[in-house]
Write a protein of this length. Structure first.
Length: 214
């Protein structure tokens, strides 16, 4: 049976019982946090859900966690410094390219994401603005492209937060200001950390596999 965890207005999961037990044993989830199973309609403290079920130590989960695989591909791998450097050299073109790379990955792990389509719309608007550069219509196209680009990067931000919540119940908060000014490099900085977690922690991989967002 799968379980959901609730903290404030945020809901995480679902997690299978062995994964929930491990998070409790690690301290990532408190016994005072709210939880419910898929069959429950009301929230109850984790301590009530687990009852007298023993909480094994983290070392006992090797055989359980190894049965899982990461849901979808690992995050793209590139040092965020290279994203900054190449982006500067290419006058920002590489940042747009890397946002596409990240958006395509996000689409694979969070299928409902539309960020990549907004980026395509941004490119189309930018190209059309160049075609009609001598027209007043160009300014409208440029503005449309800018709006589409901003929608794309902020949806990417939300999707990354959503996916990370499956790896770590505490979740991750991505700054809106940093997203606005440093989107591609800022995303990659956190994606590299996420990749390390998934590569090194079978528990995180299990959580990701059991929490597919559709």
């Amino acid at each position: 049976m799968n379980y959901f965890i609730k903290r404030g207005d945020q809901e995480y999961g679902p997690y299978e019982l062995p994964i929930l037990q491990q998070y409790v044993s690690q301290g990532s989830i408190s016994r005072d946090d709210l939880a419910r199973s898929e069959a429950m309609t009301d929230w109850a403290p984790v301590s009530t859900i687990l009852g007298t079920v023993p909480i094994p130590s983290a070392t006992t989960f090797g055989s359980v966690a190894s049965a899982y695989t990461v849901a979808g591909p690992l995050p793209p791998k590139l040092h965020w410094g290279w994203v900054v450097g190449i982006g500067i050299v290419t006058l920002g073109i590489f940042w747009v390219i890397w946002n596409f790379v990240v958006a395509i990955w996000v689409r694979k792990v969070v299928p409902k994401s539309q960020a990549v389509y907004y980026l395509v719309g941004y490119l189309c608007a930018s190209v059309m603005a160049g075609v009609f550069s001598d027209s007043a219509f160009s300014a409208l196209l440029q503005l449309t492209g800018l709006v589409l680009y901003l929608v794309a990067i902020f949806q990417t931000r939300n999707n990354i937060e959503e996916y990370y919540a499956r790896i770590n119940p505490i979740g991750i908060g991505l700054s809106g200001v940093m997203t606005f000014f440093f989107n591609a490099a800022y995303f990659q900085y956190h994606l590299n950390d996420m990749r390390k977690i998934l590569e090194q922690s079978p528990t995180a991989a299990a959580a990701a596999a059991s929490g597919q967002i559709v």
